[in-house]
Design a protein around this ligand. Structure first.
Ligand SMILES: Cc1cc2nc3c(=O)[nH]c(=O)nc-3n(C[C@H](O)[C@H](O)[C@H](O)COP(=O)(O)OP(=O)(O)OC[C@H]3O[C@@H](n4cnc5c(N)ncnc54)[C@H](O)[C@@H]3O)c2cc1C
Length: 365
């Protein structure tokens, strides 16, 4: 059935980027429909560390961050696969917040501006002379503009024949992400630690309510013919930091949350003349800890441009350097020998690690 209303914007995906864009355009008085396939609130695989660069911006969207008593994180620890660690201060730092809380608060902020939300899955979108037709599982909607904010991987990427979707050979594809929430006496509230192991790395940091997030990323080959538990014991437990936390903490979820087929390859910044935001435009290596800030920042850029051809240029100007550095670090992380050599080097010359942290982060926007 064809819906009669013509929206100014239809945003596909109501994650960080989609909800931010809809709030910004709702604040300006545009009619916006966000189509999100999942029900919120919901837990998602994510390290849940948000760079301080977006703290004030989020408050400006209407998210009452100060009222949640969120942990401020300003220390960083990086350990070798064998467990030897280096400790560094984080210049800008970040805060911890679960995706359960963050996504639902961003959705509330969007609804408060008058944007509408629909739970449905978008199957395709196409433009005729003036309007886009957006087809979902249940309906067809009309809009003047479409915004693609469907995250790191969606069936839409396949139907649009985006090259990264089918390229499985590169070392930048086929990563698996696993997340737990734990209660632990071993972890500190102002510290984000990154512990490396063969073919992967595991981040640990605090979120709200005395809970810590443990999230790791590893090459899918670690899981070949093994369960998650078996691969943890075989690969992750070689790092004594990880083993201690896994064996001495109380796990909040019965089962881990998992996602697969994560790709860090290049992506186009627009498809069918629709601007791509957040991970749909390019995913930065999670170890940089600012994918969520980039998703919000890309929504801000898209909300400010007058001419659509400017967006890819602005996007590249703002994020290309960070994405490239993240890709490089992602490439060497998980390669046991190179990683050990890097941490040894960082011990001797801490300014190298500090420089990389600074370059992989943005500035407040
Ligand atoms: C393992 C891992 C750890 C990470 N840790 C961190 C971290 O600690 N800090 C950080 O800043 N970043 C981190 N990131 C990156 C961060 O999660 C992303 O950059 C961020 O979620 C991007 O937001 P987004 O809005 O683009 O996508 P998402 O938040 O994923 O939202 C996309 C939405 O689109 C919806 N959708 C998809 N297809 C359709 C469709 N066809 N129709 C309707 N809806 C659809 C999905 O349901 C989803 O809700 C991590 C990423 C990974 C993989």
């Amino acid at each position: 059935m064809l819906s009669s209303q013509v929206f100014d914007y239809i945003v596909i995906g109501g994650g960080i980027a989609g909800s931010t864009f809809s709030t910004l355009m709702g604040q300006k008085g545009y009619s916006v429909l966000v189509i999100e396939k999942d029900e919120y609130p919901k837990h998602k695989v994510c390290g849940e560390y948000v760079s301080m660069e977006s703290y004030n911006f989020m408050k400006g969207l209407g998210v009452p961050l100060d009222s949640f008593d969120l942990p401020r994180i300003n220390q960083f620890q990086l350990s070798k696969p064998t467990g030897k660690a280096i400790d560094l201060p984080l210049e800008l730092g970040g805060f911890g917040i679960s995706r359960y809380l963050m996504d639902s608060e961003l959705k509330k902020a969007s609804l408060n501006t008058g944007s509408q939300w629909l739970k449905d899955t978008v199957l395709s979108f196409a433009k005729d002379k003036y309007l886009y037709e957006v087809r979902t599982k249940n309906n067809i909607y009309l809009t003047k503009e479409v915004i693609g904010a469907w995250g790191k991987r969606s069936l839409l990427d396949n139907s649009l024949e985006r090259p990264f979707y089918s390229n499985e050979k590169s070392r930048l594809t086929n990563w698996v992400g696993i997340k737990y929430h734990v209660k632990s006496q071993l972890l500190k509230k102002d510290l984000i630690s990154l512990h490396t192991f063969k073919n992967g790395y595991c981040g640990m940091s605090k979120v709200e309510n005395d809970t810590f997030c443990i999230c790791y990323l590893m090459r899918s080959e670690n899981l070949k013919n093994r369960t998650v538990r078996e691969s943890e014991e075989l690969f992750l437990y070689k790092n004594p930091f990880i083993k201690d936390v896994f064996t001495q903490s109380q796990f909040v979820f019965d089962q881990p949350l998992a996602i697969s087929q994560i790709s860090f390859q290049n992506k186009s910044k627009s498809e069918n003349q629709a601007l791509m935001l957040g991970d749909a435009a390019g995913l930065i290596a999670p170890l940089c800890g600012n994918g969520m800030s980039m998703a919000m920042h890309s929504a801000l850029l898209a909300s400010q441009i007058n001419n659509k051809t400017q967006y890819p240029i602005q996007w590249k100007k703002e994020f290309n350097q960070r994405i490239k550095l993240g890709r490089f670090v992602q490439y060497i992380f998980g390669r046991t020998f190179i990683m050990s050599a890097f941490i040894q080097l960082a011990h001797l010359f801490p300014f190298i690690a500090k420089w990389m942290i600074r370059k992989s982060h943005g500035k407040p926007f």
